[in-house]
Design a protein around this ligand. Structure first.
Ligand SMILES: [Mg+2]
Length: 136
């Protein structure tokens, strides 16, 4: 199954543009891949050139997320798009059969005690849900 995965608040805590803290996504994402599923990173992060005081800088926020996957040995099938979807659509939405995203209605979340911190995905509950669906 092709599965789109958001990054901030989903793979890690919200700390954009930095990489947030681990919230237990790594082992579940690995289990999905080990069970033959294909992960597509579907995030608002991007890399771009910015001009500041006449100097050109490169923001590498998407690359930083890609390095998180590489560092954790979690292979990605696609980034921002399903690699095969251009064969049958021009839609900018990445095609998948399942989306895991902290902003999705119904996604189980952990609400930190620190009210300044934004909620993030509860991977213990997501693991149980994926198990019930027999995906891991
Ligand atoms: Mg998010």
């Amino acid at each position: 199954m092709e599965i789109c995965i958001d990054f901030d608040g989903t793979c890690v805590t919200h700390d954009y543009p930095e990489i947030g803290k681990s919230i237990g996504a790594e082992s579940v994402l690995k289990a999905l891949v080990e069970n033959g599923h294909q992960l597509i990173l579907f995030t608002m992060r991007s890399d771009r050139d910015v001009l500041v005081d006449g100097m050109l800088y490169q923001e590498t926020f998407l690359t930083d997320a890609l390095l998180w996957f590489k560092k954790n040995n979690i292979p990605l099938y696609g980034v921002q798009a399903n690699p095969t979807q251009t064969e049958w659509t021009n839609s900018p939405k990445a095609y998948a059969q399942l989306y895991i995203d902290d902003a999705a209605l119904g996604c189980p979340l952990i609400y930190p005690d620190d009210k300044q911190e934004r909620p993030y995905v509860d991977w213990k509950k997501v693991r149980e849900m994926l198990s019930v669906l027999q995906l891991i």
